[in-house]
Design a protein around this ligand. Structure first.
Ligand code: MTE
Ligand code: MO
Length: 319
């Protein structure tokens, strides 16, 4: 049996042995409360309750795709601020970490910078809606998630970037007292991410404040996180405290960690493999012990909406 290394981001899900898969399954049964009962009755985070109940935006349904079970979405998480172990995140992120109230600061090369509470921000942008998106992690697993939130473009309208603003840089909170993963490890905290301003303006790019019509659980990135459905999951940065409009391309956390393996763009692409595993197919989370796989789609199925953003770009070099 292979030993699961502590730096589990280095292990593709697709290469783990059935033994390890079994351990993972036990972990998430425990995490969703079926194994130990420890978390039964745990209350939802109260973060960013503004805007609920939300209404579905029918332009963003996925015909024929069943959303992943709620318990799996909130029990199988990558959130390295808390743990490298997907099944432990839910527990650790609900042990006193406060996600309400939460201030977010939006500035940089803009005419109207703001610094305000997330609930106030939700009101300013006109509330939230529900959209169902595919979600594909670089580790070659996937889910289908009903998010609640609002288009990032509404923030752009609000703060009015000037001509110097070419990229957006996003920053997660830093609080090692509440987030034990931030006490060490290889990551230079806080976690940061970036988008081009054109990517940020795309209709698909969402700031999520909920899942399944309820405020987003701590472990999924409360109270506000990015969702960029045509990119690998690590671009969808959680628990944002700052958005800066900048002129230079930010170096995102995973790129800083392993520049040969993770780039700035991180567009889902079945034709460009990770140096250590194939990206041609993905494991469907929730499809049983011997999980089903399916072929990965170009831009995660959003080619029509986003391919024009990358015209003329060599996607093999700009991975
Ligand atoms: N701040 C922060 N954001 C993050 C991460 C993280 O470790 N820290 N992990 C990323 C990765 S690798 C994935 S796959 C998704 C997982 O989101 P989920 O737990 O809601 O499924 O969050 C992304 N955003
Ligand atoms: Mo990921």
């Amino acid at each position: 049996m292979r030993i699961l290394k502590k730096n589990s981001w280095e292990l593709p899900e697709s290469s783990v042995t059935p033994e390890i898969d079994f351990i993972n399954r036990r972990r998430f049964l425990k995490a969703v409360g079926l194994g130990s009962g420890a978390l039964v009755g745990q209350s939802l985070s109260r973060a960013a309750t503004s805007g609920f109940p939300s209404t579905a935006n029918d332009a963003y349904k996925l015909e024929g795709l069943e959303p992943t079970e709620y318990d799996l979405i909130k029990g199988y998480n990558n959130f390295y601020e808390f743990s490298y172990d997907k099944g432990d995140v839910q527990d650790l992120a609900n042990k006193g970490w406060q996600t309400e109230p939460w201030t977010i600061e939006i500035g940089g090369h803009v005419d109207n910078p703001v610094k305000l509470d997330v609930n106030e921000l939700i009101k300013k942008v006109g509330g939230i809606e529900q959209r169902v998106y595919r979600f594909r992690c670089v580790e070659a697993w996937s889910m289908v998630i009903p998010w609640d939130g609002f288009q990032l473009s509404k923030i752009i309208d609000l703060v009015q970037p000037n001509a110097k603003a070419k990229f957006l840089k996003f920053t997660t909170f830093k609080d090692p007292k509440s987030a034990p993963g931030q006490k060490g490890g290889s990551i230079d905290w806080p976690y940061v991410e970036g988008l081009t301003i054109e990517e940020a303006r795309n209709d698909l790019t969402l700031l999520a404040t909920g899942i399944y019509g309820k405020p987003i659980p701590n472990q999924n990135g409360a109270p506000i996180r990015l969702v960029v459905p045509w990119k690998y999951g690590f671009k969808s940065i959680k628990s944002i405290v700052k958005i800066e409009f900048v002129s230079k391309r930010p170096v995102n956390t995973w790129q800083a960690l392993q520049p040969r393996e993770y780039g700035f763009y991180a567009n889902v692409n079945p034709e460009v493999d990770h140096p250590r595993w194939s990206q041609a197919s993905e494991r469907i989370i929730g499809s049983g012990f011997f999980s089903k796989r399916k072929d990965t789609l170009m831009f995660n199925g959003y080619e029509e909406q986003v391919a024009s953003l990358y015209e003329g770009l060599d996607l093999r070099r700009n991975f």
